[in-house]
Design a protein around this ligand. Sequence first.
Ligand SMILES: *[C@@H]1O[C@H](CO)[C@@H](O)[C@H](O)[C@H]1NC(C)=O
Ligand SMILES: *[C@@H]1O[C@H](CO)[C@@H](O)[C@H](O)[C@H]1NC(C)=O
Ligand SMILES: *[C@@H]1O[C@H](CO)[C@@H](O)[C@H](O)[C@H]1NC(C)=O
Ligand SMILES: *[C@@H]1O[C@H](CO)[C@@H](O)[C@H](O)[C@H]1NC(C)=O
Ligand SMILES: *[C@@H]1O[C@H](CO)[C@@H](O)[C@H](O)[C@H]1NC(C)=O
Ligand SMILES: *[C@@H]1O[C@H](CO)[C@@H](O)[C@H](O)[C@H]1NC(C)=O
Ligand SMILES: *[C@@H]1O[C@H](CO)[C@@H](O)[C@H](O)[C@H]1NC(C)=O
Ligand SMILES: *[C@@H]1O[C@H](CO)[C@@H](O)[C@H](O)[C@H]1NC(C)=O
Length: 383
Amino acid sequence: MVSSLSFKVSLTTLALGLSTFVSNAIAQTTFSQFNCTEFFVPVDISAQTVKLNLGNPHNQSELSGLVTRMTYLNSTIVDEVTVGPSMVNATFNIWSELCVPGGFKEDGIIEFTIHGSTENHTYFNFGKESPFNYAEAALKAGHAIFTYDGLGAGKSDKPDGIQDVQIGTETAVAIALVEKLPSLLSFGKVIGVGHAHGSVIMIGMLAERGDLFNATVLTSIAPVLFGVTEGLAAMDVKIAAEVVPERYHGLESSYAVSGGLTNDQITFYHFPFFDPEVFLEMQSGRELITLGVLLTLPQNGQALNYTNPLLVVTGDRDYFMCGGNCNVTDGDFPSRPAAVAGLFPAVNDFTVHIPENTGHFVNYHFSAPQTFTFIQQWIGGRV
Ligand SMILES: *[C@@H]1O[C@H](CO)[C@@H](O)[C@H](O)[C@H]1NC(C)=O
Ligand SMILES: *[C@@H]1O[C@H](CO)[C@@H](O)[C@H](O)[C@H]1NC(C)=O
Ligand SMILES: *[C@@H]1O[C@H](CO)[C@@H](O)[C@H](O)[C@H]1NC(C)=O
Ligand SMILES: *[C@@H]1O[C@H](CO)[C@@H](O)[C@H](O)[C@H]1NC(C)=O
Ligand SMILES: *[C@@H]1O[C@H](CO)[C@@H](O)[C@H](O)[C@H]1NC(C)=O
Ligand SMILES: *[C@@H]1O[C@H](CO)[C@@H](O)[C@H](O)[C@H]1NC(C)=O
Ligand SMILES: *[C@@H]1O[C@H](CO)[C@@H](O)[C@H](O)[C@H]1NC(C)=O
Ligand SMILES: *[C@@H]1O[C@H](CO)[C@@H](O)[C@H](O)[C@H]1NC(C)=O
């Protein structure tokens, strides 16, 4: 982390506008049609969290024991370790990337993305000129796009993985970043785009503040995580510092990674509808999940004050969200993803898209290019 400090872009600098912040940025990549800039954003937050009566696991056996208890029928582990409400007041450095297409106008559209657990910003910006690169699809549609490494992931800060990296902190960080967007770029409309746990964070943001986005796209989501128990067991999480020491040496044992290739496949992919090379590359960049996040997975609340258009995109074979079968009725709703409408009672313009032969990592299945086109066209038609 020390080496990153010299790259920090101060807020004052960011507030001066895009041209200044570009020259201060840590890296700049210029393609023929768009520019991407990478930088750290320091965010000050005061977040509502939960005090957990739990220490870092001493070894893998203790971590596996804890996670197994989370997967018990009618598990009570969350109640057992929850002491009560708490707060995290802190400044965290969040690694971010802003990509802007050539000729972007002041009334243009920017997409604000949030990746899921065991991922980083790469989920939305995979490879160069890849059919699986969501950011490139957004840029081709003329939209700017903001991606970041969430708290406790990628190059962003990794504070206490039990007390600090929880859903409440992640939500506060995301709201603070959305509020900073106008100091980074002049734009007209902002669209929220979440994936999986990132969609859960986004529902939390909109429950707190209905006015954040002009339209919202939630991917890989259902109102209840129907497959979370099986998913957690199948993921077989391991202490990150022990199994990926080349990247995570020294990280406390509250930070975990998925067990390996087969664990990733069962939980995130639907065989054989994905590219094996993409699958291997994603696994080699294995990302983190903290015990704090696992123990504060919320019951999604209702976002009563959000009134703008909403699109839900969930693969028909999403394991975490639907236990591998999304296209089944849920109460009065025609499918589990369609039931997300129940969380947004003030939304009139609601669309559901269920790509076929697609698992939890929607962006990495063969259906991705059509899904990206669907999403960009939906955005273009709404705002
Ligand atoms: C793991 O740590 C626990 C203490 O939490 C200890 O009781 C147990 O023997 C250890 N197991 C192994 C396999 O080292
Ligand atoms: C789990 O809880 C449900 C009600 O919430 C109850 O009907 C069921 O019997 C419980 N199952 C077990 C194994 O305790
Ligand atoms: C955090 O900040 C809030 C006000 O924003 C304050 O009431 C609270 O006491 C602070 N908590 C800690 C632990 O500093
Ligand atoms: C990228 O940025 C450079 C300088 O910052 C600018 O000259 C160039 O026109 C930009 N290209 C696009 C496609 O926006
Ligand atoms: C959406 O876009 C317009 C700009 O056309 C803005 O004035 C409006 O307040 C925005 N926000 C929301 C939440 O609708
Ligand atoms: C995390 O980011 C790095 C680049 O910063 C990338 O190489 C790696 O594949 C990413 N991991 C995931 C799971 O997206
Ligand atoms: C929703 O909006 C109403 C009216 O503006 C306001 O009183 C209420 O506090 C808002 N609720 C939330 C959760 O923001
Ligand atoms: C969902 O199921 C219905 C009824 O079985 C079927 O007609 C439809 O094609 C399915 N849709 C998808 C996206 O799988």
